[in-house]
Ligand binder design. Structure first.
Ligand code: SAM
Length: 331
């Protein structure tokens, strides 16, 4: 397949089209969000971690298999100094959709270089508007810095700008209305995410903290009235609505109460060169061998085909102890 340069579609054994890639460029993060980054889980850059040329080879292989979008994540992608070169490689290869997911703390400083490299879209994590609640959830973060990142993204013409808030009972339920209110006057898509058990907390604590998306939506509708459905990509995980009269939108991502495995279109590559066909299972393939092969692109195509073949029909959303926590996988 590699030798012909022919592009094909990557379809798994359950008929799902695999067209979206997440690359975690580092397991390091400059925040310690309590649902993502357990205290004491400090990771250095893994030895032999993914370099710019590795990203090029992987993207070339995925491109031959019909790649449509790449999102760089982490850890915190902006702490990886090679991120602009990685984005530039994706742009050079002509990948149509190049995005990052970031906590935004370093964005204002790096934004121009990233946009010049080819960045087109950004998702920012902001679990609360109230500084004290944000500080507690992120263990020390300043929400003002995220707001600066949002304004910088608008100034530079990134579109759409999306905000992700993970809902945790006892922490940020009261933030639902202030967060959604941001969408009234600003071109933002504010998305409420259900908390997934990816952080090795104990199952009872997880269950106590879990907030179903339906409850978040009911809270919004009790305040703003019925939400208006908005036309959106039906294969994407978020269900998108508008508060009547709002400029922006709100969305719900409910992987636990309404799993979207049947439309999953993703593969994930980690900074330590593991390929993960599913976020919610432990399954991962060490593909360092393929990056080191004499013809890496060809070897990576093989590795991708094997990983796709192993992609499970469903992930496991029940609380289970996991070896690798979210900060090391890449959300
Ligand atoms: N550091 C970046 C950031 O903060 O956006 C990128 C990495 S972070 C792992 C990516 C996304 O995963 C964030 O939006 C975060 O809120 C989400 N996330 C992390 N842990 C999660 C969990 N246990 N359940 C649901 N979403 C989670």
């Amino acid at each position: 397949m590699c030798n012909t340069g022919v592009r094909v579609k990557l379809i798994d054994r359950y008929g799902r089209l695999i067209k979206d890639l997440r690359i975690s460029v580092t397991p390091r993060c400059n925040l310690h969000c309590l649902y993502c980054h357990p205290l004491g889980y400090e990771q250095a850059e893994p030895p032999g971690s993914l370099g710019v040329e590795d990203v090029r080879h992987f993207l070339q292989a995925m491109q031959m298999l019909g790649l449509e979008s790449v999102r760089f994540t982490g850890g915190e992608p902006l702490v990886r100094k090679e991120l602009p070169q990685m984005i530039a490689v994706a742009a050079e290869l002509g990948i149509p959709d190049i995005a990052i997911t970031t906590n935004g703390l370093l964005f204002k400083r790096k934004a121009r270089e990233l946009v010049a490299a080819g960045l087109r879209r950004i998702n920012l994590s902001m679990d609360a508007v109230t500084p004290e609640v944000f500080r507690r959830m992120t263990r020390g973060g300043q929400v003002e810095r995220v707001w600066e990142a949002i304004e910088t993204a608008w100034e530079l013409g990134l579109h759409p700008v999306k905000v992700n808030a993970v809902m945790i009972r006892g922490m940020n339920e009261e933030e639902v209305i202030p967060l959604a209110t941001l969408s009234l006057h600003h071109p933002l898509e504010v998305r409420f995410l259900e908390y997934m058990h990816l952080d090795n907390s104990n199952p009872e604590l997880y269950r106590a903290r879990f907030v179903p998306g339906a409850e978040t939506r009911a809270r919004l509708e009790a305040h703003f009235g019925p939400l208006e459905p908005v036309e959106h990509d039906p294969t994407a995980p978020a269900r998108v609505y508008r508060i009547p009269g709002a400029v922006g939108r709100v969305g719900f991502i409910n992987p636990v109460s309404e799993p979207f495995c049947s439309k999953c279109s993703r593969l994930r590559l980690t900074a330590d060169k593991k390929l993960r066909p599913c976020l919610l299972t432990e399954l991962e393939m060490d593909i360092a061998w393929a990056f080191a092969a004499p013809n890496p692109v060809e070897a990576l195509v093989d590795a991708i085909l094997i990983a796709t073949d192993r992609k499970p029909a469903f992930g496991n959303t029940l609380p289970t102890l996991r070896e690798r926590v979210m900060v090391g996988i890449g959300g």
